[in-house]
Design a protein around this ligand. Structure first.
Ligand SMILES: Nc1ncnc2c1ncn2[C@@H]1O[C@H](COP(=O)(O)OP(=O)(O)O)[C@@H](O)[C@H]1O
Ligand SMILES: [Mg+2]
Length: 238
């Protein structure tokens, strides 16, 4: 449903993405993984059609237009507006008629208890949940998330992951940027490894133990990022 063909992205004479070719099938859940500055956010924006590549093609085929949801890294909400008014505003903006979907989402993300709070009164984690809710209120066919779980505690993470997995199980395609192993293990089926603007590797999460060996000999940021996986999980017997 999405094809990237030889994507290059150049800004101020700097090559940010280099010859990226890959495809995304309907219903996939992909984590874009790699060190800071690898080009993950740039690639995600190209995939979400927010920016155009310098050269190469990004072709996306959806059953109806405008059915992409993009959750930005920076929380984009109105400080003085309540949670309820955000939902109403974005419902109107996206012409979402399916109130049952919004009700289901509000309970899944546990927004009902904070409906009357203004954004400026929300904790960071609550704001992240609302940021997700408004980004998917129109029930997009593809969802792109850029570090959408930063500063979210485990209970809220649980709500967000459960909701996203439910959508994914219904056939919604998810592409996300994260270096949180908890999120990766609970949301991704596939990992794309980016470094220096290049797509180094693609593999199934279930094959991660085999594939990460490839990075062990390198003295790279990737080696350290994969090492943290062991530190987080294997020490505890998982
Ligand atoms: N608009 C821009 N102008 C100049 N450089 C940019 C711009 N956007 C991103 N970059 C540079 O491109 C590289 C990749 O950025 P980004 O896609 O944000 O990486 P990541 O999300 O993997 O950390 C970085 O070196 C960043 O400084
Ligand atoms: Mg980024």
């Amino acid at each position: 449903m999405l094809e990237l063909q030889n994507i290059n992205y150049v800004k101020k004479n700097k090559e940010i993405l280099n010859k990226i070719t890959a495809g995304v099938e309907r219903g996939e859940s992909i984590c874009l993984f790699g060190p800071n500055g690898a080009g993950k956010s740039t690639l995600l924006k190209i995939m979400a059609s927010l920016i155009k590549p310098t050269s190469g093609k990004c072709e996306i085929s959806l059953s109806t237009p405008k059915t992409v949801g993009y959750i930005p890294q920076q929380i984009a909400l109105f400080p003085n507006m309540s949670v309820k008014d955000h939902l109403k505003y974005y419902q109107k903006l996206t012409k979402q008629k399916d109130q049952a979907f919004i009700n289901e989402m509000s309970s899944a993300l546990d927004l009902n208890s904070i409906m009357n709070k203004k954004v400026e009164e929300l904790s960071g984690g609550m704001a992240r949940k609302l940021n997700l809710a408004v980004g998917v209120i129109h029930r997009p066919e593809m969802i792109f998330l850029d570090e959408a779980f930063v500063g979210v505690d485990l209970a809220f993470k649980h709500d967000m992951l459960t909701w996203l997995n439910k959508l994914n199980n219904q056939g919604v395609t998810i592409v996300f940027v994260s270096h949180d192993w908890h999120v990766i293990y609970n949301l991704a089926k596939t990992m794309w490894v980016l470094q220096d603007g290049k797509l180094m590797d693609q593999f199934l999460i279930k094959d991660i133990s085999k594939r990460e060996m490839d990075y062990q000999s390198e003295d790279s940021a990737l080696k350290k990022m994969f090492a943290l996986r062991k530190f987080d999980y294997e020490k505890n017997g998982n």
